[in-house]
Design a protein. Structure first.
Length: 292
């Protein structure tokens, strides 16, 4: 009897739990007023909400946008910076740097053309001045007594070669005709005493000989002004070269950083600075400083 009770008790407990669940369900869901012949017919009449239109497609697009890797930076800005300093930075969104370098390029070429134009005009002026106040024939006729009555340029050349190294004034310098080397011709007229007798205000009868004349002094000043203007033009040209080199280097570093970011390398920007300082009275140096 005990064994029978032990087997029947679990069965009775399960039946009791099922009855309790049925009662709770009946309390929670009120019975329908309409009867159906089958459960399939009843289920078919239930309103089922429609799925959102394009729900899966929209979700897939949003997920793709969220996980898409950044586009790698192209190398085109390097070409832009090579052509015009600052243009590469400008196309990558670094407006202040780009505009500053482009302004430096404008200043450089403006300064170059202005000073080069002035220097070439001043060269034309001093060459015209020399043609008016210095003559080869006068140079030969009034040549100092170092040479014995020279009659030709060849006579002066032979005299000069014979006296070269003796320390005697005016000191031999080979003659270079204008049609052979125009630049050295005009340079030598004012630079060396060997040609002083060709100036129209030099007195061959003075004792002692004058080592300078007013016209020669004026001529040398004119040449100095021309050379300074041309030197300034070269300095502005070097400014353009420096701006372009800096722009290319900076653009390359920025591109490198952006491509690393696109590849997941991370890392922040590279601090870059341009340092300049004077050297002497008319020189200077520019340094590109990059801190890694």
């Amino acid at each position: 009897m005990r064994i029978f009770f032990g087997r029947v008790a679990p069965l009775a407990m399960c039946l009791g739990l099922a009855a309790t669940a049925s009662a709770l369900a009946a309390d929670s869901f009120s019975p329908s007023l309409e009867a159906y012949e089958s459960s399939t017919q009843a289920a078919g009449s239930m309103a089922v909400p429609e799925a959102p239109v394009h729900f899966a497609g929209t979700f897939a697009l949003d997920d793709a946008d969220a996980t898409a890797a950044p586009t790698a930076q192209s190398y085109w800005p390097l070409l832009y910076s090579t052509l015009i300093p600052g243009l590469g930075e400008l196309t990558m969104g670094y407006e202040k740097r780009g505009i500053a370098l482009m302004a430096a390029e404008v200043v450089a070429w403006t300064g170059y053309y202005k000073n080069h134009s002035d220097g070439m005009q001043e060269r034309t002026d001093y060459e015209h001045y020399a043609d008016l106040h210095w003559a080869e024939s006068r140079w030969i006729d009034n040549f100092p007594n170092l040479c014995n009555n020279p009659q030709t340029v060849q006579d002066i050349e032979e005299c000069g070669q014979a006296s070269s190294g003796s320390g005697a004034w005016p000191g031999y310098i080979p003659y270079i005709p204008k049609d052979v080397d125009k630049q050295h011709y005009y340079e030598n007229l004012g630079k060396y005493d060997w040609y002083i007798s060709g100036w129209d205000d030099w007195d061959p009868n003075a004792n002692p000989y004058a080592h300078q004349t007013d016209n020669r002094t004026t001529y040398r000043s004119m040449r100095r002004d021309s050379n300074q203007s041309l030197d300034h033009a070269d300095n502005f040209l070097w400014l353009s070269v420096a701006a372009r080199a800096f722009s290319i280097a900076e653009t390359a570093i920025i591109i490198h950083g952006k491509r690393n970011d696109a590849d997941g390398g991370g890392g922040g920007g590279t601090p870059i600075s341009l340092r300049a300082r004077p050297r002497g009275n008319s020189g200077g140096e520019v340094a590109l400083e990059v801190k890694f």
